[in-house]
Design a protein around this ligand. Structure first.
Ligand code: EPZ
Length: 417
């Protein structure tokens, strides 16, 4: 079992290149199943969740090769429509193959994703919406067994709750459905816009007709293309917080600053100096960190995937802060570990009250989920001494070369087995 040793306290200084987005790559990889041709993808991050998705695609018959920094997915011989439990259970985004498989074969058997550390992760919104396209399904022994005897037929669908995955599954499924589909109350995360750009480049007919409404005219087939995936805005936000909490000076490169304007606004409010350039942002952390009340929300609100990271920063504020987690029902798993480092965070339901003026003490720690694990690194960077973080396989799911990137800007961090 690998672990990370972090020696604090260090101020981070220098440049960090942001990798491609895990959460844009996953739906785009699933959407390659719509094609019978070759798809070239650039800027896909080398992280474990991507490896899992590629293994899932191979299990469905896709040929996956990588050349230099390009992924080549060839689905000319892809014909299976069964996604097994042992692949989907480790990565809930596996459910994103349901839409494309139904679009291509009008039938599919896909494992239910199952719960995880941050919540039960139901897929009722996905299934209810797919049934509006003519899909009949039953749940049997942990699998969704779905089929559309007459093929998928376009329809008007309103999402009762904003869901990133359900929006992605339906956009992909409706792309090959007969007729027109109107989706309302869609999630509008930048990763979904990247998916729509990818699909339209393949010849799909998808238009945003208002803020959360999308119109899809089904097409018969899609063509061979090359697509470069957008930057990972959560990785970018994580390193912005790293600069703020270590009172460092970082230049975060290969990004589109406008996409993370909410995060930039919050960090400026907390006291950091931020200089915005074309494809990069320079952040200079401030000794005095203000306090704030933050609620997580669907884009363009404050992202739930940065909640653990900003919580660590708020422990350093001069006064108490409050965080309200409005997306997932159990996303405070990092609190217990932070309190073991000396934080004084009280949780009550989906609210956390964060005491300020905390000096973290180094400790041996346990990562619980992807974003919680990186919040432990942020705290350890400010603690005087050696911290050890166990179960870092959670971290490897979504952060490409994190030790290398942090070492390059002055962090004393190493991976030990
Ligand atoms: C995506 O998960 C992201 N994952 C998550 O990032 C992110 O936290 C989340 O969106 C919210 O932004 C990927 O993109 C691979 P949702 P997803 O459907 O699609 C409930 C990370 O760290 N819900 O928007 O699963 C759900 O339980 C990961 O990279 C239903 O009730 O999120 C949650 O409470 C973690 N029924 C809320 O909606 C459904 O059918 C939002 O979920 C679907 C969701």
């Amino acid at each position: 079992m690998q672990k990370l040793e972090v020696f604090g306290a260090t101020k981070l200084k220098g440049q960090i290149k942001i990798s491609g987005s895990k959460n844009a790559s996953l739906p785009i990889l699933a959407a390659t199943l719509l094609s019978k041709k070759k798809i070239n993808l650039k800027n896909v991050p080398k992280v474990r969740d991507i490896e899992t998705m590629l293994t899932l695609l191979r299990s469905l018959g896709s040929k996956v090769n990588s050349k230099k920094n390009q992924l080549i997915i060839n689905n000319s011989k892809q014909k299976k429509n069964f996604a097994s439990y042992n692949l989907v259970k480790t990565m809930r985004a596996g459910i994103l193959v349901l839409g494309p498989l139904l679009a291509k074969y009008s039938s599919a058997k896909v494992s239910l994703p199952g719960g995880c550390a941050i919540g039960t992760r139901p897929i009722d919104i996905h299934l209810k919406a797919l049934s509006k396209l003519g899909v009949k399904y039953k749940i049997n022994q942990g699998y969704v067994i779905a089929n559309a005897p007459k093929g998928l037929k376009g329809n008007k669908i309103h999402f009762k709750k904003i869901s990133v995955g359900a929006t992605e599954n339906l956009i992909i499924a409706a792309s090959l459905a007969k007729g027109t589909t109107l989706l309302t109350n869609c999630a509008i995360e930048p990763e979904i816009k990247d998916l729509v750009d990818f699909l339209n480049n393949m010849g799909c007919k998808i238009r945003w007709i208002s803020k959360r409404t999308i119109k899809i005219i089904g097409v018969k087939e899609v063509k061979e293309i090359t697509h470069s995936v957008m930057f990972d805005r959560i990785e970018a936000g994580t390193y912005l917080v790293a600069a703020a909490i270590t009172q460092g000076n970082l230049i975060i490169q290969n990004i589109i600053p406008d996409i993370i304007k909410t995060e930039i606004k919050i960090l400026k409010k907390l006291g950091s100096k931020i200089i915005i350039k074309k494809n990069e942002v320079q952040i200079i952390g401030n000794k005095k960190i203000k306090n704030i009340k933050i609620k997580t929300a669907p884009y363009p609100g404050f992202p739930t995937d940065l909640q653990a990271q900003i919580m660590v920063l708020l422990c350093k504020s001069t006064k108490n802060s409050i965080i309200q987690e409005d997306i997932f029902e159990n996303r405070f798993m990092h609190v217990a570990e932070l309190n073991r480092m000396g934080a004084k965070i009280l949780t009550n339901g989906n609210k956390a009250i964060i005491k300020g003026n905390i000096n973290f003490a180094p400790a041996e720690l346990m990562a619980t989920d992807l974003r919680a694990s990186v919040s432990l690194i942020l705290a350890a960077l400010t603690a005087n001494g050696k911290s050890i973080i166990n179960r870092i396989y959670h971290l490897d799911r979504g952060y490409e070369n994190i030790e290398k990137k942090l070492k390059k800007v002055g962090a004393k961090i190493k991976r030990v087995s």
